[in-house]
Design a protein around this ligand. Structure first.
Ligand SMILES: [Zn+2]
Length: 172
């Protein structure tokens, strides 16, 4: 979040020429638009909001060459198999994600994706409190009944010193 990963995704997508691209985003992420991936600087590419990873397979057409996925950590565990299927069919897949959840725990799904990726790049945001390098995500709204209500606006980047885990028990 705020580390420039959506900007990096948009740059990668824009650099692709003469190939058909489809970009997916979590339907929960409605910060700037429901039908586009938008960076904090306002750059945008069209994107389709989906609730479940499996829906990506239903939406990818025969002539699609490249698949972009923004905020991959919001998706369910099936995303791993969905990406394997897409890559197995000859598609290139670009995905962005956070690496730690609100409790500072690595996302198991993302660890799995990183271990299988051909290329990864780690981007750092600036702590919203002290301006040092941030490597944690601060939850800004309460966790209700273990459900992470709200989209990306419910989070901000923090360094380890300024970061506080939510008081609620983390969902399993
Ligand atoms: Zn800080």
């Amino acid at each position: 979040m705020f580390a420039g990963k959506t900007t990096a995704l948009i740059s990668a997508i824009e650099s692709i020429q003469k190939q058909r691209v489809v970009v997916f985003k979590p339907a929960i992420d409605t910060r700037y638009a429901t039908d586009a991936v938008v960076s904090h600087a306002g750059k945008a590419v069209p994107a389709m909001g989906v609730n479940r990873a499996q829906q990506m397979l239903e939406q990818v057409t025969e002539d699609c060459d490249v698949v972009g996925i923004d905020e991959a950590h919001f998706f369910d565990a099936a995303l791993s198999a969905v990406i394997e299927t897409l890559v197995g069919c000859g598609r290139d897949v670009f995905a962005t994600s956070l690496d730690f959840d609100s409790w500072g725990r690595p996302f198991p799904l993302i660890e799995r994706l990183i271990s299988r990726a051909d290329h990864t790049s780690l981007l750092h945001a600036v702590c919203a409190q002290c301006q040092h390098q941030a490597d944690r995500t601060q939850r800004r709204t309460p966790v209700v009944d273990g459900i992470m209500v709200g989209g990306a606006e419910s989070y901000e980047p923090r360094c380890k010193t300024c970061w506080r885990p939510p008081p609620q028990t983390p969902p399993q």
